[in-house]
Structures are given as structure tokens and as C-alpha cells.
Design a protein around this ligand. Structure first.
Ligand code: HEM
Length: 393
């Protein structure tokens, strides 16, 4: 870093507890700043974050996300650019477009959501992350990825093991060994399915990944992105669901409105996604020397476009730290923007809508357990309530 560029120091432990006061300060005094503790540049205002995601001539995928390439393999959808990226998206998008999702999502999600919600109601007390959102997410996405017969416990273990690698910012070999084990186990399960799909394509997402573009693709082009869909696709809806429920449970008048008028659930989820972005940043690098908000950035610099901060930019939102169902405008950047915009965004929102419909229908008396203390929200790169202890009657 050149000596004349101001650095903005972060207390990472404090940021994981509550990053928002620091983001506010950064937006005010250093909206594009080098953060020595992470070795990255952070961009924190809405307009600049949007510019990073949409200006394709200046910004490309980062060269330095080695831990993703190491965990999932290459080429993968998150770190690829240009034609390679477009070809990988082709295989994934077909089953995730709104029209396609609309045709299957209710049958896929509602029976599982209902069964899990009725079990909560009958139990009286629950922890919503482990007992509702996680099993719902892994079972539904497992089914979408032809992994349904593995069952909730194995799927939950596998997706957490994958994240040992993808979140391994220190390059710890023991963590990569855990994710390598999960990758081998998943491939051993999926290989025979791909063998079958080569001969008999069906309408599954895996079949589309295999056959998009004509002749069956080599498995080296399928697995990296398949593993990314499995890893992110199972975790982020859990985080978004937990955040939305936290917003509602801590604002009982808004929860009451949603129970009275379930059509508001869609809006509640949008505001949950804005309020606490499950993935705090999109990582990009300028392809040539660039300038953002007057700050020069060298080609190849690792830049975090902090959507979690943009979503609370006071230049765009009034009272941005509050969860507000009636907020207008309420658009957010939590699914990213531009070329890498989340492929599963529509699916995730529909799955959460149905999940919350069933939960609030089965458990209209849902409220935070007064004896459990205030729910703890944690995480800097990935953020969500750790637990949501509730009473159901
Ligand atoms: C509420 C839940 C979710 C959130 C908040 C979320 C968020 C994101 C974000 C921020 C990105 C962009 C990363 C970047 O720009 O570098 C992304 C990409 C992606 N997401 Fe999601 N996601 C969610 C659910 C899902 C689901 C359920 C699936 C699959 C069914 C999925 C599949 C993908 C894929 C394949 C990409 C890569 C797109 C690309 O690079 O072209 N996501 N997601």
C-alpha cells in the first residue's frame, strides 16, 4: 500500500459483535478505505457498492479468493468471469428462473415446512434456527440438488464441513482436510446420479448442469459450482429467515400485522435481508488501475463492496438501523448486483415465504422466550442470529 493512502483500522472481534457503528463511521469519513487487518479495501456507501457491482469494464472477479478455489475447485461460478462464467450460469439458471421455480416450489417446500412447524407447535418451546430453519433449508435444497435421500442430519453436517474450507481465511490445513472429506463424500454420492443422468436426462438442476450447452459436461466443470450452490444455498436462507424472524419477534406489533395479513411476509423478508445482510460483502478487483470516490485503487487490489453497510446508508434510508416492515424504498443489495447476482434469489425468497407462512400459521402465539435473554447476532463476513429461543404456546 502506498504510504500516502490512509488506512482505516478495524477491531475485528468487536465488528463481529456489532459492525454497524463502524460502518457508519466509515461511510462518513472513509467511504473507500484500506483495512490493514484484512489486507483489503472496503467500500461502504450505497452508490459506490453499486458501481463496483455494475461497472463490468472496470471490475472483475477477484484473483485472491484462493480458499474458494481450493475448497470447491475451478472453474467455479463465483470466481469465474466472461464466457466461462456465462456458461456455468447457463446450467444453473434454468431451474432457478422465476417461472420454473413457480412451477415446483410449493410442492417442494410446503409439506416439509408444515411437518416441521406442527412439530414445533406440539413441543411448546423451540430454538428456531436448529429446529426449523436449518432442517427446512437442507431438506428442501437437498431435494432440489438430488441429494434428498441423504437426510437432514447428513446434509447439515456436509454443508457445515464445506464451510470449514470456504471460510478458512487463515489457510489452516486441518480445516481444508475437513472440507476435502465432505467433497469426496458428496462426489461419491453424486457420481452414480450423474452416470444415470448422462443416459436419461430429467428435469433436475443436476441434469441441467450436466447437459446445458449440448454434450454432457465433464464433471470437473460441474462439481465446483454444484458445491457452491449446496454450500451457500443451504446456509443463506437460514440466515435470512432467522434475521427476518428476529426483526418480527423484537417488534411484536409488526409480527401481529404479518400474522393478520400473511401477504406481508414477502415484505418482511425483504426488510430482513436489508436490515442484516447474510453475506456482508461482494469481493471484486479492478481489472486496470481505477479510482472510486476519488481514491486510486491499483489493478488487482482486493476490494470488499460492503453490501451490509450500503443497506444501511443514511443517504438512501431513513432510520436505517431499524427493522421496519413499512419501509419505502426497501430495495437492498443482499443478493449482490450485476454479473454475479445471486442465481438462487427467487428460489430463496419463495422458500422463505412458504416457510414463514407455515410457521406463523401453525404457531400464531410465537414469541421470544423471556427467560432466554436477548438473542445474540454474530458475524462479520456472514452474519445472523446465532439462536432464536421461542415459546410456541
Ligand atoms: C437468502 C438467501 C441467499 C442470499 C442472501 C444469497 C446471497 C448471494 C450473494 C450476495 C451472491 C453474490 C456473491 C458475489 O457477488 O460475489 C450470491 C451468489 C450466488 N448464489 Fe446466493 N444467496 C442466497 C440463496 C441462494 C440459494 C438458495 C441458491 C441456490 C439455490 C443460491 C445460489 C447462488 C449462486 C449459484 C451464486 C453465484 C452466482 C454467480 O456468481 O454468478 N443462493 N448469493
Amino acid at each position: 500500500m502506498p504510504a500516502d493512502i490512509a488506512a482505516f483500522s478495524l477491531d475485528l472481534e468487536q465488528m463481529a459483535i456489532d459492525p454497524y457503528p463502524t460502518y457508519r463511521e466509515m461511510r462518513a469519513v472513509a467511504p473507500v478505505a484500506f483495512v490493514p487487518e484484512l489486507g483489503v479495501w472496503m467500500v461502504t456507501r450505497w452508490d459506490d457498492v453499486e458501481a463496483v457491482a455494475t461497472d463490468r469494464d472496470t471490475w472483475g472477479s477477484p484473483a485472491g479468493l484462493d480458499r474458494l478455489d481450493r475448497t470447491f475447485g475451478e472453474p467455479n461460478i463465483l470466481t469465474a468471469d466472461g464466457d466461462v462464467h456465462a456458461s456455468l450460469r447457463l446450467g444453473i439458471d434454468k431451474r432457478l428462473r422465476p417461472r420454473a421455480v413457480g412451477g415446483y416450489v410449493d410442492d417442494l417446500v410446503r409439506p416439509t415446512a408444515r411437518r416441521l412447524a406442527e412439530r414445533l407447535r406440539d413441543g411448546g418451546e423451540a430454538e428456531l434456527v436448529a429446529e426449523y430453519l436449518e432442517p427446512l433449508s437442507v431438506l428442501v435444497l437437498g431435494e432440489l440438488l438430488s441429494l434428498g435421500d441423504l437426510g437432514a442430519d447428513a446434509l447439515r453436517r456436509l454443508f457445515k464441513e464445506l464451510q470449514q474450507g470456504s471460510g478458512n481465511t487463515t489457510g489452516d490445513p486441518t480445516r481444508f482436510a475437513v472440507s476435502d472429506g465432505a467433497v469426496a463424500e458428496i462426489m461419491a454420492h453424486v457420481d452414480p446420479i450423474l452416470d444415470r443422468l448422462e443416459e436419461e436426462p430429467d428435469g433436475s438442476l443436476l441434469a441441467h448442469m450436466l447437459h446445458a450447452g449440448g454434450a454432457p459436461r465433464p464433471r470437473s466443470e460441474i462439481y465446483p459450482s454444484f458445491l457452491i450452490v449446496m454450500s451457500g444455498g443451504m446456509r443463506e436462507p437460514v440466515h435470512a429467515g432467522a434475521t427476518t424472524l428476529l426483526g418480527l419477534l423484537t417488534n411484536p406489533d409488526q409480527l401481529e400485522q404479518v400474522i393478520t395479513d400473511p401477504k406481508l411476509i414477502t415484505r418482511a423478508i425483504v426488510e430482513g435481508l436489508r436490515w442484516i445482510a447474510p453475506i456482508a460483502q461482494a469481493v471484486r478487483s479492478p481489472v486496470t488501475d481505477a479510482e472510486l470516490a476519488g481514491v486510486p485503487l491499483p489493478a488487482g487490489a482486493m476490494v470488499h463492496a460492503v453490501v451490509a453497510s450500503a443497506n444501511r446508508d443514511e443517504r438512501r434510508f431513513q432510520r436505517p438501523d431499524e427493522y421496519d416492515l413499512a419501509r419505502s424504498p426497501n430495495a437492498h443489495l443482499s443478493f449482490g448486483h450485476g454479473r454475479h447476482f445471486c442465481a438462487g434469489n427467487f428460489f430463496a425468497r419463495q422458500m422463505l415465504r412458504i416457510g414463514l407462512e407455515e410457521l406463523l400459521h401453525a404457531v400464531p402465539a410465537l414469541r421470544l422466550d423471556p427467560e432466554a435473554g436477548e438473542p445474540r447476532v454474530h458475524g462479520l463476513m456472514f452474519r445472523a442470529p446465532v439462536e432464536l429461543r421461542v415459546r410456541c404456546r
